[in-house]
Design a protein around this ligand. Structure first.
Ligand SMILES: Cc1ncc(COP(=O)(O)O)c(C=O)c1O
Length: 492
């Protein structure tokens, strides 16, 4: 009987190349055996080691599978005895498990679209499947996520810290993590100690918390034009009056900026100085310095949104605006979503000392504390050297894609399509011929399995700039880039 049972398990086939985690594949097979009655209640499953050796997989795979089975009520564990099939079975909800790993939300792929925006033009025409050439998404595809390494540190934290990992944390952030980050920041010319850092659940939350701290109804905010709409959505939600100022090839038009500073006395200037989203523009050193001087002169603050400065493929080595700030005018916000795992919801801010108490108050009111488990795991991830390993691999992947996109554009674009090489980041901003209607292009591209983001999304509604598009290469497969650009140039 036992031998028959072992044969049964030995016949399980797991597909190491399918992309679906092995432990979930095993979970699906065993749960279906239980559903069908092939495994009867109270049957003892092979021990973890035995099962791992039968299937030639890691013991961690079996541990995770048994954990899932237990979690879903299929099995129960008896101390010092083993794992047994439950006597009461859970209701079968196949939908919950099948295709879970293929499922991608259209609205998530188009990650610059916000609730309430009319995206019917995009969603009605676009099918996302294996053939889609995705120049729309500026966030990495999930096959680039370092899941295995992160699983290791998560498990280590759980064993090490037990319940403490699930308690409320210091609202400012887990101190060892702040210390690890202050060390990382030295490589980016941001000099700060762990006391200046506040951990947040993503840069978006950082922008929201700063706005909550500094803005009240009717206050003015200056942004670049075009800009990241997620920030504008925050300023609007604070009922601020948003004025956008033209972005030039080396940063904001400073004459216009000074004019608005004098006229409106804004509370905040929101800027993305490195490889700006959507244009890819980086500020010159001189404009970085002048921006800080103007903020001092007109008694305002700067949010420096650093979402990808480290993706510097041509060694421009710009120092952050915060580097030039000697009088506490710059709030530096860092997102990790573009090089790490955006769904972790992790970012941090470096704040001027005189604002810290107020910002912490706003953070506490918003969130009490950021997830302790994630902070502890991330700290260990950095200390074990996984962070650097992962970063270099992402850097190489993105640089390779960047080079492919630029080379393909050089090969296929016609003279009436123009762009400036950003030298880094994740986006290329194309200016199309004046008579090219972007909405029609979008539809025609979609029917050729190509998606991109129309430029109008990044401008205020009054803007007349309608013939730009943003090509992002964070999620497009390398081998589809050249064909995608060739086709797109033809369609244009
Ligand atoms: C410029 C910019 N800032 C901030 C964010 C939000 O980042 P996070 O995921 O860290 O909240 C994004 C996301 O796309 C972005 O493009």
């Amino acid at each position: 009987m036992v031998i028959k049972m072992l044969e049964l398990f030995k016949s399980i086939k797991l597909d190491k190349n399918s992309g679906a985690p092995l432990y979930m594949q095993l979970f699906n097979v065993i749960s279906s055996m239980i559903d069908k009655g092939t495994l009867l209640p109270r049957t003892k499953l092979p021990s973890i080691r035995q099962m791992a050796s039968l299937l030639d997989v890691n013991t961690v795979t079996v541990v995770n599978c048994y954990r899932q089975l237990e979690l879903k009520g299929y099995v129960y564990a008896k101390k010092s005895s083993g794992t047994y099939v439950s006597t009461v079975l859970p209701p079968v909800d196949k939908k919950e498990y099948t295709n879970k790993y293929d499922y991608v939300d259209k609205n998530v792929i188009l990650d610059e679209i916000y609730p309430g925006e009319d995206i019917s033009i995009l969603t009605s025409k676009i099918r996302f499947d294996k053939k889609t050439i995705n120049f729309a998404s500026a966030t990495p595809s999930s096959n680039l996520f370092p899941v295995e390494d992160f699983k290791l540190v998560l498990n280590e934290v759980l064993d090490r810290d037990m319940g403490n990992a699930f308690n409320y944390q210091d609202s400012q952030g887990y101190r060892p993590l702040r210390f690890s980050i202050s060390n990382l920041l030295k490589e980016h010319s941001v000099n700060c100690s762990e006391d200046d850092i506040i951990i947040v659940s993503g840069a978006q939350q950082g922008i929201d918390i700063i706005s909550k701290t500094l803005l009240k109804d009717g206050d003015h905010v200056i942004t670049e034009s075009p800009t990241y709409r997620g920030a504008v959505a925050v300023f609007n939600s604070r009922r601020a009056v948003v004025t956008d100022v033209e972005l030039e090839e080396d940063g904001l038009n400073l004459n216009l900026l000074e004019y608005h500073l004098k006229k409106h006395r804004p509370k905040l200037i929101y800027t993305i100085p490195a490889f700006q989203n959507p244009t890819g523009v980086s500020y010159s050193k001189s404009k970085r310095k002048q921006l800080v001087m103007l903020a001092e002169k007109y008694d305002t603050y700067i949010i420096e949104d650093d979402y990808v400065s480290e993706l510097d493929f041509e060694n421009k080595n710009f120092k952050p605006v915060a580097y030039y700030d000697k009088s506490g005018r710059v709030i530096y916000i860092k997102s990790f979503s573009k090089i790490f795992m955006p769904g972790l919801r992790f970012g941090f801010m470096v704040v001027p000392p005189h604002l810290k108490k107020h910002i912490l108050g706003a953070k506490h009111a918003t969130d009490i504390s950021t997830s302790g488990l994630i902070q502890r795991a991330l700290d260990l991830y950095i200390r074990k050297g996984f962070w650097h390993k992962h970063f270099y691999s992402m850097y190489e992947t993105y640089k390779n894609r960047y080079t492919k996109v630029v080379n393909s554009l050089e090969k296929y674009k016609t003279d009436n399509i123009s762009y400036k090489k950003p030298g880094g980041g994740l986006n290329i901003w194309l200016k199309l011929p004046y008579n090219c209607v972007v909405n029609s292009l979008l539809e025609r591209a979609a029917s050729n399995n190509i998606v991109f983001t129309p430029g109008r999304i990044f401008f205020s509604s009054t803007s007349s700039n309608l013939n730009n598009i943003r090509l992002s290469f964070a999620a497009v497969e390398d081998d589809k880039i050249e064909a995608g650009i060739e086709k797109l140039c033809k369609l244009i």
